[in-house]
Design a protein around this ligand. Structure first.
Ligand code: ACO
Length: 329
């Protein structure tokens, strides 16, 4: 096909595991309280996948919903991109496993590892493929089973994370669509948020398992400050070249890490968080890349996002990585 001028999100979908883990449940696991978790993070509960439920199992449920929402079939897709830091296994990629579960074959499929910014990166990559004319329709899925890499004895991290998947189908549109993209990374601060063991740097051993080195380790307090600055700067970097200010944004879909981070980012942008921020972290916690994908889907389902609205997606995560997008719906 010839190069498309505009890329739009033409379908969204989500999948959340049934099992709900409340703050009261966590009070029985670690030395914490519902009051601490709610006031420090805004999170009330999160979803936990079944033991035999892999990331691709959640991804396929979200993908099927997004395809149905776009009135397309998997056979119409030109590319599959999965954003995840909790792949089914090192290889084959979760995207290849998802492709098989969707019953298609032949089209390119690959994973990206960008932590919480993964969905925004995925949308940006899909936009390039569509705008260049290489593919017509792209599927971007952000899916995470963070419960599988959580140290359930570490109260500073286990209260934060949840499992889930969100998906978007992108395709050429006549007007609007993705108007601006800003992506970035700072590898020098990678050790602030990491899962140290299991890779070539620290292969799996009895020692790594005994010491929970296959689990998320996070310097939450330092990250908090970086998150507020980086998400604020990313919002500015994507809006300013388009001549937009906070006033022009109808809905902000941020990565759902912490209520206090999001309120501080809104303040930096000079917008009223109650009016512009879409938040669902009280129900799902931080699902890394899946957070902004599920938030986008729910904002559409709830009628917060409708045709003609200007959306800012703003994400920040391990790497460090960040990404912001402006979409005219
Ligand atoms: N329950 C009770 N007390 C706790 C808990 C808990 N679950 N966790 C920590 N505490 C205690 C600490 O031990 C500390 O006690 P002390 O003062 O006696 O030492 C006290 O609470 C304060 O701890 P802080 O870490 O300073 O708490 P903070 O207000 O910073 O909140 C949090 C911690 C929620 C992790 C916050 O820092 C945060 O959200 N950080 C950003 C996370 C983020 O953005 N991550 C990036 C994206 S995630 C991704 O990419 C996968």
């Amino acid at each position: 096909m010839s190069g498309a001028r505009h890329t739009g999100i033409i379908g969204v979908g989500k999948y959340l595991p049934e099992k709900v883990l409340t703050n009261a449940d966590l009070e029985k696991l670690v030395d914490t309280t519902d009051e601490w978790i709610v006031t420090r993070t805004g999170i009330k509960e999160r979803r936990i996948a079944k033991e035999n439920e892999a990331t691709s199992d959640m991804a396929v449920r979200a993908a099927e919903k997004a395809l149905a929402n776009a009135s397309l079939k998997a056979a119409d897709l030109g590319i599959i991109i999965v954003a995840t830091i909790t792949p089914d296994m090192f290889f084959p990629s979760t995207a290849c496993r998802l492709q098989h579960k969707l019953g298609v074959s032949g089209i390119p499929a690959f994973d990206i590892s960008v932590a919480c910014s993964g969905f925004v990166y995925g949308l940006a990559i899909a936009d390039s493929f569509i705008k260049s004319g290489l593919v017509k329709y792209a599927l971007v899925v952000a899916a995470e089973k963070l419960s599988a890499v959580t140290n359930w004895k570490d109260r500073s991290t286990c209260v934060l994370f949840g499992d889930g998947a969100g998906a978007a189908v992108l395709g050429p549109v006549e007007e609007g669509g993705i108007m601006g993209i800003h992506l970035g990374a700072d590898g020098s601060k990678g050790d602030l948020l990491q899962m140290p063991a299991g890779g070539s740097c620290m292969p799996a051993s009895v020692h790594t398992v005994e010491n929970h080195l296959h689990c998320i380790q996070m310097e939450g307090n330092i990250l908090f400050k970086h998150a507020v600055k980086i998400m604020g700067d990313a919002a500015k970097a994507v809006t300013e070249p388009l001549g937009l200010t906070g006033e022009d944004i109808d809905v902000i879909i941020p990565h759902q890490a912490n209520l206090r981070i999001l309120e501080a980012v809104a303040k930096r942008m000079g917008v009223d968080p109650a009016k512009k921020l879409y938040m669902n972290l009280e129900k799902y916690g931080n699902m890394s890349a899946a957070s902004s994908a599920v938030a986008l889907c729910e904002a559409v389902e709830e009628g917060r996002i409708t045709k003609g609205k200007t959306i800012l997606m703003d994400a920040f995560g391990g790497g460090l990585t960040w990404g912001a997008l402006i979409i005219k719906w």
